[in-house]
Design a protein around this ligand. Structure first.
Ligand SMILES: [Zn+2]
Length: 390
C-alpha cells in the first residue's frame, strides 16, 4: 500500500500508445468475443431484473462471474480474466446509468461498435521488446514511455479510423508547477468557437483546424470515407492540442480561475449549437479542473446570467441581449460610452460576479473566498466550488 504522502505526490494519468498493425486482426477477433460477453451480461442481468416469475434481482459483476464459470472454453482469444473484467465494467456502467439494460455491442454492419478489450493490471506483461496479453505478443509505438512504469487496469480500444490503442492508467509523479504570477481571472466560454479571459486574451481553436474541414467535405463528396475519418481525427487532435496548451497557460498564470457556466440549454438549441457542442467546453472545463487541482489553484464555476449584456464598466444592461444579435462582436455602451469586445466584456462580468461573496451554503474553501455572510449575498448569484486544492 502506498503511504498517504506518496499518494499525494502522484497522479493517475491515462497513457495511450498505438498498437502496431500486425496485431489488429487478432484484436478485432477478440473484440467480437468481448461483445458476445457484454451482450450475454446485458441479457442475463435484464432477465434477472425482470423475471417471468419470482423475485427481482440486480446482478453485480461478481454475480455475473459466478454465472459464467468455464465460459472461457468457448472462446478462442480471450480468457476468464478478460470475461470477469467485462462483467465488472458492465455492472459498473449499469449502476452508473441506473438502467436495467444497456446498449448492445454490435460486431458487424454500419452500426458496429468500436472495438474494446478491457483487462486487469496483471494480464498485461512485459516480455523483451514486446508486451504480452492473453497468450499473444504485442508491439506498440513509443514503447520507451512504459519503462519503469507501474500500470493499473486498462484496455485496448479502437478508434473510428480502425487503429488500435493501448490505454493504460499509469501513476505519475506530480510535477511541481511555478507559483502563479497573477491572482484572479474570469473565463467566458463563448457561443462561438472562442474563449476569452477578463485580461483580454482570446483563444479561437477553430483557427487551427478550419482548413481541414474543407478537405473532410471534399473526401466525403468523393466517397473516401476512411480518408474523411482520418482527417476528422486530425482535426480533433488539433483542437485538443490547442485546448491543452491554453488550459496549461491559464493554470500556470492565475491562482484563482472563474469559469462562466455555459451549461444552460439555451445555446445548444440555437443555430450556433454546432459550435457550442463541437468546441468541447466540457473538455476545457475538465482540463482546467484537474490541472488546477494538481497545481494547487482554485477553479470555480460561476452561474451568472446577463454576462453578455451587462456593461462591465457601469453595470447597465446596454449590451446586445438577444440571441439573434450574436453577430455583434464589438459594441459601445450607450450610458458610459465604453467600447467592449463581447466575449472579453462577458469574462469581466464573470470575474466581478466571482469576486462577490460566494453562496451562503458555506462549502467553499477557496483561499481567496471572502467569509460568507447572509446579509451581503446577492440572490442573483450562485457560485459553486468545483475543485479546490489545499
Ligand atoms: Zn457602460
Amino acid at each position: 500500500m502506498a503511504s498517504a504522502a506518496e499518494r499525494d505526490s502522484t497522479v493517475i494519468r491515462t497513457c495511450r500508445l498505438k498498437v502496431k498493425t500486425e496485431s489488429h486482426a487478432w484484436l478485432e477477433a477478440s473484440a467480437v468475443e468481448v461483445n458476445q460477453v457484454w451482450n450475454w451480461a446485458n441479457a442475463t442481468s435484464y432477465k434477472a431484473a425482470y423475471p417471468f416469475s419470482g423475485s427481482r434481482r440486480w446482478l453485480s459483476g461478481y454475480d455475473l462471474d459466478g454465472l459464467c464459470v468455464g465460459a472461457s472454453r468457448c472462446f478462442k482469444h480471450i480468457g476468464s480474466d478478460t470475461i470477469q473484467r467485462v462483467n465488472a465494467v458492465f455492472a459498473a456502467r449499469r449502476q452508473q446509468f441506473k438502467k436495467p439494460k444497456l446498449r448492445w455491442r454490435v460486431s458487424k454492419g454500419p452500426k458496429r461498435s468500436l472495438g474494446w478489450i478491457p483487462f486487469k493490471a496483471g494480464q498485461l506483461k512485459r516480455k523483451g521488446k514486446s508486451l504480452r496479453f492473453s497468450g499473444k505478443a504485442f508491439r506498440v509505438f513509443e514503447r520507451d514511455s512504459l519503462q519503469e512504469v507501474r500500470w493499473k487496469s486498462g484496455c485496448f480500444a479502437q478508434d473510428a479510423v480502425g487503429d488500435w490503442w493501448l490505454c493504460l492508467a499509469v501513476e505519475r509523479a506530480l510535477v511541481q508547477t511555478v507559483a502563479a504570477s497573477r491572482e484572479l481571472v474570469g473565463l467566458d466560454l463563448g457561443l462561438e468557437d472562442t474563449v476569452a479571459t477578463s485580461d483580454g486574451d482570446k483563444l479561437e481553436p477553430g483557427h487551427f483546424y478550419r482548413h481541414i474541414e474543407q478537405k473532410i467535405a471534399q473526401a466525403r463528396r468523393r466517397g473516401h470515407i476512411r480518408q474523411a475519418k482520418r482527417l476528422q481525427r486530425t482535426a480533433t487532435r488539433c483542437r485538443q492540442d490547442a485546448l491543452h496548451k491554453y488550459s496549461r497557460k491559464i493554470v500556470d498564470r492565475y491562482q484563482s480561475i472563474l469559469i462562466g457556466d455555459v451549461n444552460s440549454p439555451k445555446p445548444v438549441k440555437t443555430r450556433d449549437s454546432k459550435f457550442a457542442l463541437r468546441s468541447g467546453w466540457g473538455m476545457l472545463k475538465t482540463q482546467l479542473q484537474y490541472k488546477g487541482q494538481q497545481a494547487g489553484r482554485s477553479v470555480r464555476i460561476v452561474h451568472e446570467s446577463n454576462t453578455a449584456r451587462t456593461c462591465s464598466s457601469c453595470k447597465a444592461f446596454t449590451g446586445p441581449s438577444d440571441l439573434r444579435m450574436l453577430a455583434v462582436r464589438i459594441w459601445v455602451c450607450s450610458k458610459c460610452g465604453d467600447i467592449h469586445d463581447r466575449d472579453v466584456n462577458a469574462a469581466r462580468n464573470i470575474l466581478s460576479a466571482g469576486r462577490c461573496p460566494p453562496s451562503a451554503n458555506g462549502n467553499e474553501s477557496s483561499p481567496t473566498a471572502v467569509p460568507t455572510s447572509r446579509t451581503t449575498v446577492n440572490p442573483r448569484l450562485r457560485i459553486s466550488t468545483l475543485t479546490v486544492a489545499a
